[in-house]
Design a protein around this ligand. Sequence first.
Ligand code: G1P
Length: 300
Amino acid sequence: MSSSPRVTKAVIPAAGLGTRFLPATKAMPKEMLPVVDKPAIQYVVAEAVNAGLTDVLMITGRSKRALEDHFDRVPALEHNLMAKGDEKKLRSIQEATELGDIHYVRQSDPKGLGHAVLCAKQHVGNQPFAVLLGDDLIDERDELLSTMIAVQERTGGSVIALMEVEPENISAYGCADVAAVNGVDFVRVNGLVEKPAVDEAPSNLAVIGRYLLHPRVFDVLEHTEPGRGNEIQLTDALQELATADGEGAGVHAVVFRGRRYDTGDKLSYLQAIITLAVEHEELGDRLKPWLSEFTASLDK
Ligand code: G1P
């Protein structure tokens, strides 16, 4: 058992340019794109808060304003809804403002995910912390972050989340070479490579956007050279930690078998919306019959 302090901080990189969603993201951060009835980022913040991470730091870019506004109160709108007696809508806007303690830091020059994480150094300090990527939504009914926190507390190093993907899709992800550890349901990471070519991938285990990092990652990121895509890659820093010795070294992984929705490109974003809308308590019952009819009409 390691004596690592309890994890309370979550870092959410949200400085990407969202070019895959242009023109929708010309004047709006991609994190604000709605997934059914909430911006994608709200699911991610809620996931962190539900796992007990009440101190959230967002690494923002040029479009910080809309993000900050979304998680801030709008008294005029609240009064208006209150005067109308529209409790339901009132609660829906308060949901985002009651989530947690949200802080913002700006990554002025987006040099990659590793660089975004390094921007959190001062805020995070010397304790393990979570990183949640906004493109990946994890179904709230499936446990991931709290399992990763428990593994981090047990191993004392860093913890990543992996998911099996079709071998031909591995080049869209970080990929891990892992080894079983006797008697536990997590694995040890021997090596990591960012977006390998299909025939060079050490496995079909893809890194998904949840990390529990030891603060030693900051020391490594400070000297991590730009890698794939000429960006400072978090995967490269974790590769170094996986093979290092001493305090804070070592990387373990939880293999996630639950429901993950990818909102990172137009097609998977649409699929995520349809999947979640079908299960939505107000929309599902009306959407399902329509969807069946619609798909049947496509086969004709
Ligand atoms: C990032 C990481 C990659 C990981 C992926 C998960 O890539 O660099 O290792 O597999 O997130 O979504 P991105 O999708 O931002 O290019």
